[in-house]
Design a binder for this molecule. Structure first.
Ligand SMILES: NC(=O)c1ccc[n+]([C@@H]2O[C@H](COP(=O)([O-])OP(=O)(O)OC[C@H]3O[C@@H](n4cnc5c(N)ncnc54)[C@H](OP(=O)(O)O)[C@@H]3O)[C@@H](O)[C@H]2O)c1
Length: 302
């Protein structure tokens, strides 16, 4: 694992995709002293970024990556990623030889392997590097970054990723970063359902739930979700955070991978269905902790 704290040499870096995550991540690169060019499909957001941070923006991925030593990206899913990487206007068409593409999108291990192979054919490098830590982690530059790809390419980019990563770790070969992120999401799915059931149960029993969580969060039931989502779950507030739509996309990746490797994920599959019900209740953009809302609806307390 790399936990870079010392200054890194200034590089030319491009960042593609200025969404909730990418916008602040690109900002950290500029603040770390790198020369940054950004690209975003909706150009107004790229112009806004330049106004806020400095740097430059470009009209296409191919134009943004010209001369870049490192190209980082954070878009929605496999197809979004292909659309900014491949084709005449895609990043691979514009990157200089030996440059490294780092993908922070949560995507499939298959697309990571596919783009790794395409990169190698062109004399480029590809590192899959999905993140954990959410919007707050991106804003505060404390993301956990799980990487897959060749060790020398990883070693080249790790210090730069330290601009927004607290822990930057190579897990294994191409696709291993995405597989590790799937492990992360499988852990979270069951945990958030358990926390939802516990809080809903405690409230129905008439307990002072802020007090209960404060107490049990010092013991074996403690978790990041309890720390960061417990109170808002008690209050029924979900208008922030990591959207249910994104979580369903991630759980879909986990379930597809499990089908391929013959592993059973019964709780994950069930929680995925519950998130489908949250979507039907209007919660597509709500934070994933909104699983508790479904339970409240079921017992007529929403
Ligand atoms: N949000 C979180 O808490 C969180 C946490 C961990 C991981 N992630 C993962 O990080 C990734 C990005 O999440 P986000 O919350 O930043 O999403 P977001 O706010 O919806 O941003 C998505 C970005 O991708 C761009 N994009 C989407 N489709 C594109 C396409 N076909 N061509 C070019 N650009 C395209 C969007 O451009 P426009 O501006 O033009 O729409 C936007 O810049 C996802 O894979 C997500 O699962 C998110």
């Amino acid at each position: 694992m790399t936990s870079p704290t010392s200054p890194t040499p200034a590089l030319r870096v491009a960042f593609l995709g200025l969404g909730v995550m990418g916008y602040p991540m690109a900002g950290h690169l500029l603040r770390a002293g790198h020369t940054v060019t950004v690209y975003n499909r909706t150009a107004a957001k790229a112009q806004q970024w330049v106004k806020e941070y400095g740097g430059a923006c470009a009209a296409t991925p191919a134009a943004a990556v010209r001369d870049a030593d490192i190209v980082a990206a954070c878009v929605g899913n496999d197809n979004d990623l292909r659309s900014i990487v491949l084709g005449e206007q895609g990043a691979f068409a514009g990157m200089k030889a030996d440059a490294v593409f780092v993908d922070h999108t949560t995507a499939s291990a298959d697309v990571a392997r596919e783009l790794y192979a395409a990169a190698r054919e062109k004399g480029l490098h590809f590192v899959d590097a999905p993140v954990s830590g959410g919007e707050a982690g991106a804003r505060n530059g404390v993301l956990t970054i799980m990487c897959g790809g060749d060790a020398p390419a990883f070693e080249r980019v790790a210090p730069t990723l330290g601009a927004y990563g607290r822990a930057v770790t190579r897990i294994g070969e191409a696709g291993a970063g995405q597989l590790a992120k799937m492990v992360n999401q499988i852990c979270i799915a069951g945990l958030v359902q358990g926390l939802s059931e516990a809080i809903n149960f405690g409230q129905r029993a008439g307990l002072d739930m802020p007090l209960v969580l404060d107490v049990i969060n010092k013991g074996a039931a403690a978790s990041w979700q309890m720390d960061n989502r417990g109170q808002t779950m008690i209050d029924g507030k979900f208008d922030f955070g990591f959207a249910v739509d994104w979580m369903r996309k991630d759980l879909g990746l986990c379930l597809a991978e499990a089908q391929r490797n013959g592993v059973s994920l019964p709780v994950t599959a069930l929680v995925d269905q519950f998130y489908g019900e949250v979507q039907a209740l209007g919660g597509s953009r709500w934070d994933t902790s909104s699983l508790i809302h479904r339970l409240r609806v079921l017992c007529g307390k929403a």
